[in-house]
Design a protein around this ligand. Structure first.
Ligand code: SF4
Ligand code: SF4
Length: 436
């Protein structure tokens, strides 16, 4: 018996899955560079969110056309890949259509896969047309040039090719065609190969089979480099997504305690902290680089699908300001990748590269253009919170650099001195009552 194909198959499998696992480890390490945050609360609500938003695609259908097409591709891709189990077992054991002993049920399964493959193909073509022919505005924003634009198209081509290979594989598989069960779509493709000899037909079938499984392994590894990583990360991301009301600002405990002490007339400003009680003062207020963000925010960055729903709802972006919440997430991911590569090159340690997220990737202008309206958070189909990153950077600029815009600095001084944002003495606040 010739074992060479089986050995080659096993080697491809080990190589493909091994490289994927290696990259997943890198991904986890990068995400863990973020600050720790407690997300162990509200477990029931978190599970519900994950089931509704990631598994049930709950927020996708808010835009019905894209939503329904996305559900077809999502379901199709998951269900068709059940077939991969048979392919793997066939490849390892040298059998052919191992599960065909199931008879009618097998035919039903293959038939469903074929229908879904066709639907996925059609949906992907429509997605491609929306991006490249109709040129939907949100796919043509300044941050969607070069790699992000190509990445979006590569994924669509990949899916078209994988679905075509699946159908060609079935159409040229004489065993399946003779069964006349399950070949609901492939039977219409078979005539294209009618003039071929049995040997050529077998060659085409084997080529499609090999390319299909190798394509899946390549696609699996492509995920790490692509926005398509969201097909895996959308699940943890929706689970760990924000449970508190949108836009609720997280208090810095050290600052809250300080303010409480200032407001307490009985407090002794020179009192030493109680023995054994450690005062937790953050090393840095706010965030200027990715390591200052929480690991959930870094997970958000890797999960971003670059769909642009956030940017298309952002009032700052719509009025021509230098701000795109999608770009905030893309920049965070790019910087995190850069930090990760720096660590890889330095035996796991980060060597200062003189760069940071704020300033080198995201400008002050972008940070201050935000109206904190939360539209981006509301629009995101996978529970990403770009606003939280913007706010952390503002916090850094205000508390560490005193670099807020003049209007804000004036307002903050007024609050500090006059107890109100206006430049009037507290005693004069009711003067307007006497104005004629
Ligand atoms: S919160 Fe800021 S970034 Fe988000 S939509 Fe509103 S203005 Fe845009
Ligand atoms: S943050 Fe959410 S809405 Fe914005 S581009 Fe990323 S996935 Fe889409």
């Amino acid at each position: 018996m010739n074992y060479i194909p089986n050995i080659l198959f096993a080697a491809a499998l080990v190589l493909g899955i091994g490289y994927f696992v290696k990259n997943v480890k890198k991904l986890v390490r990068n995400i863990k560079l973020g600050q720790d945050v407690d997300v162990s609360d509200h477990k029931d609500q978190r599970w519900q969110n994950m089931i509704r938003i990631a598994l049930g695609q709950g927020k996708m259908v808010r835009r019905p056309v894209a939503g329904i097409l996305h559900i077809i591709v999502y379901l199709g891709f998951i269900i068709i890949n059940i077939e991969v189990l048979e392919i793997i077992l066939d490849g390892l054991t040298g059998q052919h259509r191992l599960f065909s002993f199931m008879g009618g049920f097998y035919g039903f399964l293959i038939g469903s896969f074929e229908v879904l493959a066709l639907l996925v193909f059609v949906s992907v073509v429509i997605f491609w047309i929306r991006r490249n022919v109709i040129k939907l505005q949100r796919f043509w924003k300044p941050e969607m040039t070069s790699w992000p634009k190509n990445d979006g198209n590569f994924i669509l081509y990949f899916e078209m090719v994988l679905m075509t290979l699946f159908l060609v594989m079935n159409a040229t598989d004489m065993h399946l065609q003779e069964m006349q069960s399950g070949n609901v779509i492939s039977q219409f493709i078979t005539p294209l190969f009618s003039g071929m000899s049995e040997g050529t037909l077998h060659l085409v079938e084997r080529s499609a089979w090999w390319l299909h499984i190798l394509g899946i392994l390549v696609f699996l590894n492509y995920l790490y480099y692509s926005k398509h990583l969201h097909i895996l990360l959308a699940f943890p991301n929706t689970y760990f997504g924000k449970i508190k009301p949108k836009g609720e600002f997280n208090n810095l405990e050290a600052v809250t305690n300080e303010v409480k002490m200032m407001m307490d007339p009985d407090a002794d400003p020179f009192a030493m902290p109680e023995e054994g009680v450690e005062e937790e003062v953050p090393a840095k207020f706010g965030a200027s680089d990715v390591q200052d963000l929480s690991w959930v925010q870094l997970l958000n960055a890797y999960t971003c699908t670059e769909c642009g729903r956030c940017t298309s709802e952002c009032p700052a972006n719509l009025t021509g300001k230098q701000l795109s919440p999608r770009k905030i997430m893309m920049d965070t991911r790019d910087r995190l990748e850069e930090v990760g590569k720096n660590m890889d090159a330095n035996n796991g340690e980060f060597k200062d590269d003189g760069k940071q997220l704020l300033g080198d990737y995201i400008s002050h202008e972008e940070i201050w253009a935000c109206t904190t309206c939360n539209a981006c958070v509301e629009a995101c189909p996978v529970s990403i919170d770009p606003l939280s990153i913007i706010l952390e950077m503002r916090r850094y600029l205000v508390m560490e650099q005193s670099a807020a815009p003049m209007e804000l600095n004036n307002m903050m001084s007024n609050i500090e001195n006059n107890g109100a944002p206006w430049p009037y003495n507290q005693m004069d606040r009711l003067n307007w009552v006497d104005e004629k």
